[in-house]
Design a protein around this ligand. Structure first.
Ligand code: PFF
Length: 461
């Protein structure tokens, strides 16, 4: 691994808080921010959804993230092994090991469709370079997108390329490849998003977008959309899956978990809001693009902007390259918990562990590829294969694991464990965090899960 790692007695750790921040931000910032947040906000009526999402980040996501990092640093192993060790040490029921397990499974499920969407971004890179969108209107970008989705061979090729890229980095060791990607390319993505914002301000309907995103209309809110906001707050922060726990294992012992988590959550939220403010002005300036268009929103709206900008094709190409990289650093963290577990407990080497899990995610991804063409008519409870995967992971598995983590750390784990890890934080931090984790997180996540699921199934039946 890279020079950023220091080998301690038993486990290597990163030599500074910044390496952790970069790795965790690399995991958190991804398609969830740039592709998913805008489109689900559009589908759920805008402002009220954004507000609930922000509340979920602050009140539920951040405390659970602190808990996950703390568990990872305490265990200093893969999430599955960490959970086993902590439950054994404290003589707790083996049920709590499911936190580690659910994470490995959720990671593979998410990666299966994440790689397909990242494949779309990859497919747009040469098209930008080739000038396909030069002067294109919304109708042309829509036609291009529909044609891409109808072609399963192309989708499969791009998805496979993305999976190969992911597996290649994981095979070399996460830290080295990731360090470069995050240190140089993430700031570049940020700068390009700023450029997009300026373009949207000058040429799009900025006021309509601001009103849509920031003026809450609570009549648009349902139990279903509140669950979606909660699930997304976990998805976007990479929680409830062991990814952040796996990275916490590399964190130096004397680093403040609280400050670090706040920094990552802030950067992640900022990127999502910037993406929203770059996309919606263009949507509202083009009546043929509907805010509730769904997963295609980013891919039909932004090319219109690139096609109209001076030098836009180059900017567009850069933009899709950077989205791919953001997705790449997230995909790595989706597979890493499973890889670490296979190596530690099942005697695999890094290469075979990685290839095996990569293959499973790739094969499952075929379902998502087909759900946009041959299987688009097959639905279960109103969901296509892709919709079902997304629903199962971000609206059931991640919140459920988050709930288990809150109960486990807040109520079950001996208090000394968390207290000793969080000792270096400010004196008010620990009691406040523990209080929220105990009294706010479990009931809030539990109620939103139950009401949201009831609402969803009532709507489809
Ligand atoms: N946080 C990533 C995103 O917003 O795109 C997705 C993700 C990565 C979810 C890693 C979960 C995870 F463990």
């Amino acid at each position: 691994m890279s020079s950023a790692l220091i080998q301690t007695k038993s486990y290597p750790t990163w030599n500074s808080r910044w390496v952790f921040i970069m790795a965790a931000t690399g995991s958190a910032v991804g398609l969830g921010n740039i592709w998913k947040f805008p489109y689900i906000t559009g589908e759920n009526g805008g402002g009220a959804f954004v507000l609930v999402y922000l509340v979920c980040i602050l009140l539920l996501g951040i405390p659970v993230m602190v808990a996950e990092v703390m568990l990872g640093r305490r265990g200093r192993q893969s999430p599955v092994a960490t959970m086993r060790q902590l439950t054994n040490e404290a003589g707790l029921h083996g049920f709590w090991n499911s936190i580690g397990w659910l994470g490995v499974v959720a990671g593979l499920f998410i990666l299966s469709y994440y790689s397909v969407i990242a494949g779309w971004a990859l497919a747009y890179i040469p098209e930008m370079g080739r000038g396909t969108f030069q002067g294109a209107g919304a109708a042309e970008t829509q036609l291009f997108f529909d044609t891409l989705l109808a072609d399963k061979g192309r989708l499969l090729a791009w998805q496979s390329l993305f999976m190969l890229m992911t597996v290649a980095v994981v095979a070399c060791g996460v830290v080295k490849g990731l360090g470069v990607a995050v240190r140089i390319l993430m700031p570049l993505l940020f700068v390009l998003l700023l450029a997009m914002l300026v373009f949207a301000y000058r040429h799009g309907d900025f006021a309509a977008a601001a009103e849509f995103l920031f003026r809450p209309d609570f009549s648009a809110l349902t139990g279903r959309s509140v669950l979606e906001a909660l699930g997304h707050s976990f998805f976007t922060l990479s929680l409830g899956m062991g990814a952040i726990m796996a990275y916490g294992a590399y964190m130096p012992a004397d680093t403040s978990i609280g400050k670090t988590v706040l920094t990552v959550a802030f950067l992640d939220t900022l990127v999502a809001l910037m993406a929203g403010m770059a996309i919606f002005p263009i949507v509202f300036a083009n009546p043929s693009i509907h805010p509730g268009a769904g997963p295609e929103l980013l891919f039909v709206s932004l090319p219109v902007a690139f096609g109209a900008m001076p030098g836009g094709l180059l900017v567009g190409m850069m933009f899709f390259i950077l989205i791919t990289i953001a997705a790449w650093s997230s995909a790595i963290s989706l597979i890493e918990p499973g890889v670490a577990w296979l190596i530690e407990r099942r005697g695999f080497n890094r290469f075979t562990a990685n290839i095996s899990l990569g293959f499973i995610a790739w094969a499952l991804g075929l379902g998502t590829v087909l759900s946009f063409n041959d299987w688009s008519g097959f639905t279960l409870g109103g969901f296509t294969f892709f919709g079902a995967m997304d629903f199962l992971t971000s609206r059931i598995m991640l919140p459920l694991t988050g709930l288990f983590i809150a109960i486990f750390v807040g109520w079950v784990l001996p208090q000394m464990t968390a207290k000793s890890e969080l000792n270096g934080e400010g004196s008010r931090f620990y009691p406040l965090w523990l209080w929220v984790l105990r009294y706010i997180c479990p009931p809030a996540i539990g109620v939103v899960l139950l009401v949201g699921l009831y609402d969803t199934f009532a709507a489809v039946s």
